[in-house]
Design a protein around this ligand. Sequence first.
Ligand SMILES: Nc1nc2c(ncn2[C@@H]2O[C@H](COP(=O)(O)OP(=O)(O)OP(=O)(O)O)[C@@H](O)[C@H]2O)c(=O)[nH]1
Ligand SMILES: [Mg+2]
Length: 342
Amino acid sequence: MSMFIDQARILVKAGSGGDGACSFRREKFVPFGGPDGGDGGDGGHIVFQASTRISTLLDFRYLRHYEAPSGHYGQGAKRSGVQGDDVIIPVPVGTVVKDAESEAILADLVKDQQTVIIAEGGKGGRGNARFPTSTNQAPREFETGTPGEERSLILELKLLADVGLVGFPNAGKSTLISSISSAHPEIASYPFTTLRPHLGVVSITEDQNFVVADIPGLIEGAHEGKGLGFQFLRHIQRTAFLLFLIDISEWSVENPVTSLCTLKHELEAFDTNLAQRPFAVIATKIDSQGEGEARQALLDYCHAQHIPCFAISAVTREGLQPLLSFLGEQVSHLRNSCETSS
Ligand SMILES: Nc1nc2c(ncn2[C@@H]2O[C@H](COP(=O)(O)OP(=O)(O)OP(=O)(O)O)[C@@H](O)[C@H]2O)c(=O)[nH]1
Ligand SMILES: [Mg+2]
């Protein structure tokens, strides 16, 4: 399986319909009671519901079989059997549901709270109370319930973006995305300007482009829910390549290497898989780097660790071209390896 397309295989079975009843009224003083067998209850459906509160298909690795309850039998006195409840399975927004055999797409869940019936519950059978005719007042005829649909499924979670911008508030993420793509999120000198991810398409050539996600700023303790916490860590999980943006301008008070380690630590503490995600480091705001010690310290560290590192100014555009060429290569490499392995 590929590195970043989340996939799961599961089996679902909707509930069967209950059988209709065959029963006759038995009352004092009524010698030939009429048919009074009730209908069977319908079986429960298997329903998928998209939710922004989940961001991976990890849970499906542990629980792979889902079954909805069947409808109950019909009973005498024309009482219908109880219906089987639907089983509602939450899936992340962006989940594509395919039939495992035909590979046909059954559903594409793109909106929060969107629901779709993936396997239909069986219909309850009619009881004999429904079958009397003018010539047969005491029918023994009743229907059995129909079976619930059973399906084997492939779930796939689509990526949010090829490249995710990760950094502390004010690192320059929104400024970078607006200087390389058509996305124009708000930019301001206060932290947490960006509150939800913005996507921008970067065109390298006419037929080569990739999607960058500007993700809200991260702070230490994010993996415990601090700041915007899990919300954006979830978005980061859905990007194939990560760019860590470090502010090296003269007015930045943080040590750049410490900043990078804190960012990496937060991601890994949230999801160990993120430690394996390919990444690069960017020193931002080099137009205001002062003596440039911070930039040099970061470059030296990355060099020693064999981490690709770039230095840019989104304002003067210095360093943007080499960065974009690099990202173009990384993305096409990741897409190819994804096609061959999935
Ligand atoms: N001099 C200089 N300033 C920059 C550069 N990039 C961003 N800034 C400034 O840094 C501040 C923060 O920039 P944003 O792009 O909003 O930062 P952000 O990382 O999106 O911040 P949050 O959304 O709060 O996480 C703004 O005042 C920008 O004008 C740059 O290359 N050079
Ligand atoms: Mg921003």
